[in-house]
Design a protein around this ligand. Structure first.
Ligand code: GRF
Length: 198
């Protein structure tokens, strides 16, 4: 049976690209990206969706009275499209409880550190890597986890470490962590859809 995935994005979408490639090469089996949900117009992730002929939709917070109302709209569309799994791949809005509850156990996120280090409120994008470098940490990495109502607090699915090298900057570390993310996220999606005891 084909599982319908919705990928939520806010930026370049390199993880979306990794998922598209992993589905076409068979690393992720029985899956189809049915929708890309973007938090703003003009991001490269939308171009990637278009190039792969995947439907996309943009939901901007400023157009709604509340975040919860925006997610109510998104839930409706996800249900119409019979989405089985939501993958947050660089999505910068915090999910409100209505969507977390509507898709309980069926939302995953990729975070660019080894949770529980460098995660939670304020730890997003380059800030995660800047904090690891500032601390003189020797190891960082990437984590795929389930999403619950907290920020980066849900059950961990997979992690992979990345050594921090002498002379690393936040930028060089981010680059190496992203390379690991692009392998880890497809493996985690395939695990959830096809290998985990259901
Ligand atoms: C990744 O580092 C991901 O872990 C984080 O946001 C970044 C998204 O990058 N949540 P991209 O848009 O997939 O290139």
């Amino acid at each position: 049976m084909l599982n319908n995935i919705a990928v939520f994005v806010s930026g370049g979408g390199s993880n979306l690209g990794a998922l598209i490639d992993a589905i076409s090469s068979g690393i992720i089996k029985n899956a189809h990206i049915k929708l890309v949900v973007a938090s703003k117009q003009g991001i490269f992730a939308l171009k990637r969706a278009e190039n792969a002929a995947i439907e996309s939709a943009v939901y901007e917070k400023s157009k709604y009275e509340s975040n919860s109302q925006m997610f109510e709209e998104i839930i409706k569309v996800l249900k119409e499209k019979e989405i089985d799994l939501i993958v947050l791949a660089g999505y910068l809005n915090i999910l409100t409880p209505n969507i977390v509850q509507a898709f309980s156990g069926r939302i995953i996120n990729i975070h660019p550190s080894l949770i529980p280090s460098y995660c939670g409120d304020g730890f997003y994008g380059m800030r995660v890597h800047e904090a690891a470098i500032a601390d003189g940490a020797k190891i960082s990495g990437a984590t795929v986890h389930f999403v619950d109502e907290g920020t980066d607090t849900g059950e961990i699915i997979m992690q992979k470490e990345v050594a921090i090298q002498e002379g690393d900057t936040a930028e060089t570390l981010q680059k190496r962590v992203l390379e690991v993310e692009h392998k880890l996220l497809p493996l985690a999606v395939d695990y959830i859809l096809n290998r985990r005891d259901k």
